[in-house]
Design a protein around this ligand. Structure first.
Ligand code: HEM
Ligand SMILES: *[C@@H]1O[C@H](CO)[C@@H](O)[C@H](O)[C@H]1NC(C)=O
Ligand SMILES: *[C@@H]1O[C@H](CO)[C@@H](O)[C@H](O)[C@H]1NC(C)=O
Ligand SMILES: *[C@@H]1O[C@H](CO)[C@@H](O)[C@H](O)[C@H]1NC(C)=O
Ligand SMILES: *[C@@H]1O[C@H](CO)[C@@H](O)[C@H](O)[C@H]1NC(C)=O
Ligand SMILES: *[C@@H]1O[C@H](CO)[C@@H](O)[C@H](O)[C@H]1NC(C)=O
Ligand SMILES: *[C@@H]1O[C@H](CO)[C@@H](O)[C@H](O)[C@H]1NC(C)=O
Ligand SMILES: *[C@@H]1O[C@H](CO)[C@@H](O)[C@H](O)[C@H]1NC(C)=O
Length: 535
C-alpha cells in the first residue's frame, strides 16, 4: 500500500515549528518583556519609548548628518544589523548579533568600511536600557526601519546579550569570489539560495559611497547626493522589489552589478549564481519578495551566539498598564500610571475605568482620562492611552495604606479586562516614600523606602542605573540597612533610609521578597526631593 510520507513529514514539521515559535502572550508584569514589548510596539506618539529611533528613520530618506547627501539613516541601521550578525559561526556558536559592532576595533576593519556604524552607535546609546541591550536596540532599529519604510512586518524576539569584546572578523567583502561568499553565508547559517535572498533584501536600501569605496564609486557631482552614493536601486530609501526588477530588466545601476571593475561586482555574481531563478521570482512577485525578506530578516536578527536564549516572538498585550508608580504619602498610597489599549483609536464615547483590589477584599474604581495615541509600523496600528493620575481626571488616586493594593483590572465600555482572570498584579511590599528629602550642606539626599509591615524582605536596596565604558547599561545594588527602631504603631509601613551624595545618579528601588527580586519602574534623582525639615 502506498503511503505519502512527505505529507506526514511536512505536517509534523509544521506542528513542531508552530510550537517552537511560541507566540503565546506573556502575563503582565514582567519587567524585561514589558520593556521589550514597549520598545517594539510604542514607536511614535504618546509614551512612545522608541520615538527617538523611529523619528530618525522617518521620513525614510532622512539622514541625521545632513540633507541631500544621498544617504539614509534607515539604510545605515540595516547594514549595521547585518555586519554585527555576519561574524556568526554556526559551527562553534560564536559571534552573531551581539552589539560587538559598537567596538572601535571592529569598526576599524576593512570589512566594516564607512562611517555608518559610528553613526548608528552614537544613537544606540540612547535606545538601550537595563532591559533592552545594545544588540536588541540594533535589531529593533533595523526592524523599525524596514517596517516603517515599506517593508513587511518582522517577528521580533528580545533578549540579545551584548558582547564584551570584538568578534572574530567575517563580514563578506565585494572583491571576494562567489565560492568565498557561499562559504561565508554557510558559516553564518544561510544556504546559497538564502544568500541571494538576504543580499537582495538588504540591498533594497542604500548604496555604495565614494568615501568608503573610492575604487567602486567615483565622484557623482550631484548636488542632491553630496556624499556620492551610487544606489543599489532607484528607490534607495524604500523597501520594494526594484532591486530584482531592475536587475532582471537589465536597467539596474547597482554599483555591485554594473561597476566598471568586475572584481567587485559581487551582487552580479550572487544574483546570477542560480541562473537568475531566485531574482526572477522576486521580480515577478512583490509579495513573494516581501514574504521571503520577512523570514530572512527575522533569521538575520535572531542569529545570536549559541549561549543566548531569545524570548518568544513578542505580540502586543491588548491591555497594558505602564509606568505604574506607588508612593507612600503618610497613611495613603498614591497610585499613578497609564494604561494602553492596543489597536484602538481615539473615541470620545469610550469609558475606561480602572478597578483596584486591596488586601482586605475591598475594591475601588476610577474613570481614567484619555491622554493621546501612539502608533506603530508606519501608522498601521494605533493604541489609545489613558492615565490614572492626569491633572484633568477625577482620579488623583489615593489609597488607604493599610488596605494596600494587590491588583488592577479595567473596564473598557463595561467589558472586563483582567488578563483572563489573573488581574494585573501590583507589588506594594515596598515603594518610594514622600518623606525622602535632601540637605544642602553637606549636599546629601535621604532616600526613604517604605516597607510594608507584613512583608519581610531579605534585602532592600537602591538600584543605581548607569552606563559602563562600553555603552552597556549596568545596575548596581546598594543595600539599605533596616531601621534600628522601626516605628510601626498604626502605620502599615516602616521606613528604611539611606544617605547618598551623588546628585546626578538615577536610582530605582529593589527588594528581595521570598527569594524573588522586584524592582520599581519609577526612578529618582535626589536633587528633585524637597529640603529636609529642620535643616
Ligand atoms: C556578499 C555580501 C555582501 C556584500 C559584499 C555587501 C557589500 C556592500 C557594500 C560594498 C556596501 C556599501 C557600503 C558603503 O558604501 O557604506 C553595502 C551597503 C549596504 N549593504 Fe551590503 N553587502 C552584502 C550583503 C548585505 C546583506 C546580507 C545586507 C542586509 C541584509 C546588506 C545591507 C546593506 C545595506 C542596507 C547597505 C546600504 C548602507 C548605506 O547606504 O548606508 N548587505 N553592501
Ligand atoms: C535635485 O532635487 C530637486 C528636487 O527633487 C530637483 O528638482 C532637481 O532637479 C535635482 N537636481 C539634480 C541635479 O538632480
Ligand atoms: C579591480 O579591483 C580589484 C580588487 O579591489 C583590484 O585589485 C584591481 O586592481 C582592480 N582593477 C582595476 C582595473 O582597477
Ligand atoms: C541573469 O541576469 C543578468 C542581468 O539581467 C543577465 O546579464 C544574465 O545573462 C542572466 N543570466 C542568466 C543565466 O539568465
Ligand atoms: C484591530 O481592530 C480592528 C477593528 O476593531 C479589527 O478588525 C482587526 O482585526 C484588529 N487587528 C489586529 C491585528 O488585532
Ligand atoms: C465605583 O465606585 C463607586 C463608589 O465609589 C460605586 O458606587 C460603584 O458601584 C463602583 N463601580 C464599580 C464598577 O465597581
Ligand atoms: C498624582 O496625583 C497627586 C495628587 O494630585 C500628585 O501629588 C502626584 O504628584 C501625582 N503623581 C504623578 C506621578 O503624577
Ligand atoms: C543621614 O544623614 C543625617 C544627617 O547627617 C543623619 O542624621 C542620619 O543619621 C543619616 N542617616 C543614615 C541612614 O545614615
Amino acid at each position: 500500500m502506498y503511503f505519502d510520507y512527505s505529507w506526514a513529514l511536512a505536517f509534523g514539521t509544521l506542528i513542531i515549528s508552530f510550537h517552537a515559535t511560541g507566540i503565546t502572550a506573556y502575563t503582565w508584569p514582567s519587567p524585561k518583556l514589558d520593556a521589550l514589548e514597549a520598545a517594539r510596539f510604542d514607536q511614535l506618539g504618546v509614551n512612545a519609548v522608541s520615538a527617538g529611533l523611529t523619528s530618525f528613520v522617518q521620513p525614510c530618506d532622512s539622514f541625521l548628518f545632513g540633507d541631500n547627501t544621498g544617504r539614509a539613516n534607515a539604510a545605515d541601521w540595516i547594514r549595521t544589523a547585518y555586519h554585527d550578525m555576519a561574524t556568526h559561526n554556526s559551527a562553534d556558536g560564536t559571534g552573531g548579533l551581539d552589539g560587538s559592532i559598537r567596538f572601535d576595533e571592529e569598526q576599524a576593519r576593512a570589512e566594516n568600511a564607512g562611517d555608518g556604524f559610528h553613526n548608528t552607535m552614537l544613537i544606540a546609546a540612547f535606545l538601550s536600557n537595563r532591559y533592552v541591550s545594545v544588540a536588541d536596540s540594533i535589531a529593533l532599529a533595523a526592524l523599525i526601519a524596514i517596517e516603517n519604510c515599506g517593508g513587511p512586518e518582522i517577528p521580533f524576539r528580545g533578549g540579545r546579550i551584548d558582547a564584551t569584546e570584538p568578534n572574530t572578523p567575517g563580514v563578506p567583502e565585494p572583491q571576494q569570489d562567489l565560492d568565498s561568499h557561499i562559504a561565508s553565508f554557510a558559516r553564518q547559517g544561510f544556504t546559497p539560495t538564502e544568500m541571494i535572498g538576504l543580499v537582495a533584501c538588504g540591498h533594497s536600501f542604500g548604496g555604495v559611497q565614494h568615501d568608503a569605496f573610492p575604487d567602486i564609486v567615483g565622484n557623482l557631482n550631484d548636488p542632491n547626493n553630496t556624499e556620492d552614493v551610487a544606489h543599489f536601486d532607484s528607490t534607495f530609501s524604500q523597501f520594494d522589489n526594484k532591486i530584482a526588477t531592475e536587475f532582471i530588466e537589465g536597467t539596474t545601476q547597482n554599483p555591485l552589478v554594473v561597476g566598471f571593475n568586475d572584481t567587485t561586482n559581487s551582487d552580479k555574481r550572487i544574483f546570477a549564481s542560480d541562473g537568475n531563478s531566485t531574482m526572477r521570482a522576486f521580480a515577478d512577485s512583490p509579495s513573494l519578495f516581501a514574504a521571503t525578506c520577512a523570514d530572512l530578516f527575522a533569521r538575520m536578527l535572531d542569529t545570536v551566539p549559541s549561549n543566548v536564549q531569545l524570548t518568544d516572538v513578542l505580540t502586543p498585550l491588548p491591555v497594558k498598564p505602564s509606568g505604574v508608580q506607588l508612593t507612600l504619602d503618610g497613611d495613603f498610597i498614591q497610585l499613578a500610571g497609564q494604561v494602553r489599549l492596543w489597536n484602538t483609536t481615539e473615541d470620545s464615547s469610550r469609558i475606561v475605568r480602572m478597578l483596584w483590589h486591596d488586601h482586605h477584599g475591598g475594591m475601588g474604581n476610577a474613570t481614567l482620562s484619555f491622554t493621546g495615541t501612539s502608533s506603530s509600523t508606519g501608522g498601521k496600528y494605533t493604541a489609545a492611552w489613558y492615565a490614572f493620575n492626569a491633572s484633568n481626571s477625577d482620579s488623583s488616586i489615593s489609597l488607604d495604606a493599610t488596605a494596600g493594593i494587590k491588583s488592577l483590572s479595567f473596564l473598557v465600555n463595561d467589558q472586563l479586562e483582567d488578563q483572563d482572570g489573573v488581574g494585573f498584579a501590583i507589588q506594594d511590599g515596598f515603594m518610594f516614600s514622600k518623606t525622602s528629602c535632601r540637605i544642602q550642606s553637606p549636599f546629601t539626599g535621604r532616600f526613604d523606602v517604605a516597607v510594608r509591615k507584613d512583608v519581610n524582605p531579605t534585602r532592600v536596596y537602591l538600584e543605581e542605573i548607569s552606563t559602563d565604558g562600553t555603552q552597556k547599561v549596568t545596575v548596581t545594588e546598594i543595600d539599605i540597612s533596616p531601621p534600628t527602631s522601626p516605628v510601626f504603631g498604626d502605620s502599615a509601613y516602616s521606613l528604611w533610609s539611606i544617605n547618598l551624595t551623588d546628585p546626578t545618579t538615577v536610582y530605582s528601588i529593589g527588594a528581595e521578597i521570598g527569594g524573588v527580586k522586584y524592582s520599581t519602574t519609577d526612578e529618582h534623582l535626589f536633587i528633585e526631593f524637597p529640603l529636609c525639615s529642620g535643616v
